[in-house]
Design a protein around this ligand. Structure first.
Ligand code: 5GP
Ligand code: ZN
Length: 114
């Protein structure tokens, strides 16, 4: 498996892991775009948002949001505000083909979304 995020899940590539449970794992982005920039991923390899199954994965995506909210609290950015972002596909700006949510905060973020 040459997926970099699967390798982080497997412990084959080091990362600063801040949270994990049976379903998800969260770690600091290697190239942070803001003072807090975390990545939340499912442990199971899912390529992108378009590969989510409505029936099987609704809990998973909700759980990822809940984990992100808890991490925002821990990072001390819940009050000031933060952004959750999921890029999907080439034009959506997705570079790593393993579904992931960005948690960004710690400064006033740009109003630009696209
Ligand atoms: P995307 O553009 O696919 O939405 O975002 C991928 C993110 O993964 C980027 O912000 C990038 O810095 C981060 N990233 C890529 N490779 C690694 C890695 O090996 N370790 C960590 N911690 N982050 C990575
Ligand atoms: Zn993967």
């Amino acid at each position: 498996m040459d997926c970099i995020f699967c390798q982080i899940v497997a412990g084959e590539v080091p990362a600063e892991i801040l949270y994990q449970d049976e379903e998800v794992i969260a770690f600091r982005d290697i190239n942070p775009q803001a003072p807090t920039h975390l990545i939340i991923i499912p442990k199971r390899h899912i390529s992108s948002l378009t590969h989510l199954s409505e029936k099987a994965d609704s809990f998973l995506i909700g759980h990822m949001v809940n984990v992100a909210n808890q991490l925002a609290q821990k990072e001390g950015i819940a009050e000031s505000g933060y952004r959750l972002a999921i890029n999907c596909g080439e034009w959506g700006g997705q570079l790593v083909p393993h579904l992931h949510m960005h948690l960004l905060g710690g400064r006033r973020l740009s109003g630009k979304l696209g």
